[in-house]
Design a protein around this ligand. Structure first.
Ligand code: PMV
Length: 320
């Protein structure tokens, strides 16, 4: 068997994070400038049977069978093998690298899982269709996130802008007119499971207030979808500002995120919000294309550890 390589992009949520866990729609787009890459190589050394895993970014070198039960990489591999009906582990090594920062709202866990499922299924001669890849990745996301909505595995598997509602088939979103986003990373890692469970507790304490917040965010998402599909992306700016305010009210923003959002607006962004789980990770700003380097520079001056300029466009992988 020859080597088999697969990659998967990062993603950002444009609208609807957290509310999507409670049945509201959300919009997300892939970010292909950052990627997870997995190479599966046959292991021809007769002394080394089974599956070896190498993930230098997280300092992992292990045999699959030595990883603890419930380890997400183990779950991805065993889930795939059982889906394919493969009972004996093929002699191979799996090499995982990623340019996605961990726990920062860019979907690093889902990107690694999707690339891994694609590389290993391809290596075994049984490449899976997208819906099966996404479903398997969703099972692994449960280990990372507890109660994921499924949006990360969906947008990363399809590598297209999606309009997503929990439990419904994802809708690929046609982009009528390209628009530009600047992402700013607070550099503060924030596990999604933590903010998701904080929101769950707050929802339990104040069900009515939170139902209203989720509904208001869902309405913003629907207005954003209309703006995108009718070629009016400039209208996304104020909608992003409003979505950020609702996320602040939910308690998932932070002073670092608010600061970058404010600085982006001052630098001329059309709108800005946190993206993903919040309390750390990334924010996004909608900008006129020509202003993107300026806004990115201002974000770095304001403390962003990294910035990415990405186009959400009409063809191919949509975001660069
Ligand atoms: O932090 P991220 O980018 O993985 O996004 C999480 C999005 C949430 O809506 C907060 C959770 C989910 O599963 O949809």
């Amino acid at each position: 068997m020859p080597d088999f390589t697969a990659t998967a992009p990062g993603k950002i949520i444009l609208f609807g994070e957290h509310a999507v866990v409670y049945g509201q729609p959300a919009l997300a787009v892939p970010v292909s400038k950052v990627r997870a890459r997995v190479i599966v190589r046959p292991n021809l050394d007769p002394g080394k049977e089974g599956i070896q895993l190498f993930a230098p970014d997280i300092g992992l070198t292990a045999r699959l069978r030595d990883l603890e039960e419930g380890h997400p990489l183990k779950l991805a591999v065993t889930g795939l093998l059982s889906e394919l009906g493969v009972t004996s582990h093929p002699a191979c090594s799996i090499h995982i690298t990623s340019t996605l920062p961990i726990a920062s709202g860019l979907g690093s866990s889902a990107a690694v899982t999707v690339a891994l499922i694609r590389a290993l299924s391809g290596f075994l001669g049984h490449p899976l269709p997208d819906d099966a890849v996404s479903e398997l990745a969703f099972e692994v996301e449960k280990v990372h996130h507890g109660t994921p909505s499924g949006i990360d595995n969906t947008v990363i598997t399809y590598a297209q802008p999606v309009y997503f509602s929990r439990g419904e088939p994802p809708q690929i979103l046609p982009i009528e007119k390209t628009f530009t986003l600047v992402l700013g990373d607070t550099g503060i890692p924030s596990p999604t499971a933590k903010t998701v469970s904080q929101v769950r507790e707050a929802y339990r304490d104040q069900p009515e207030r939170f139902r209203d917040l989720f509904q208001a965010i869902g309405d913003l998402t629907d207005r954003a979808r209309a703006a995108i599909t009718t070629g009016n992306p400039e209208a996304l700016g104020p909608l992003m500002d409003q979505n950020h305010q609702k996320l602040q009210e939910m308690g998932v923003s932070s002073s670092a995120l608010d600061h970058l959002v404010e600085q982006a607006r001052r630098a001329g962004a059309l709108g800005a919000k946190l993206s993903g789980g919040g309390q750390g990770g990334n924010m996004i700003a909608l900008v006129d294309r020509g202003k993107a380097p300026h806004v990115a520079g201002k974000l770095r001056d304001a403390g962003a550890k990294n910035t990415i300029i990405t186009e959400v466009g009409t063809t191919g992988n949509q975001a660069g």
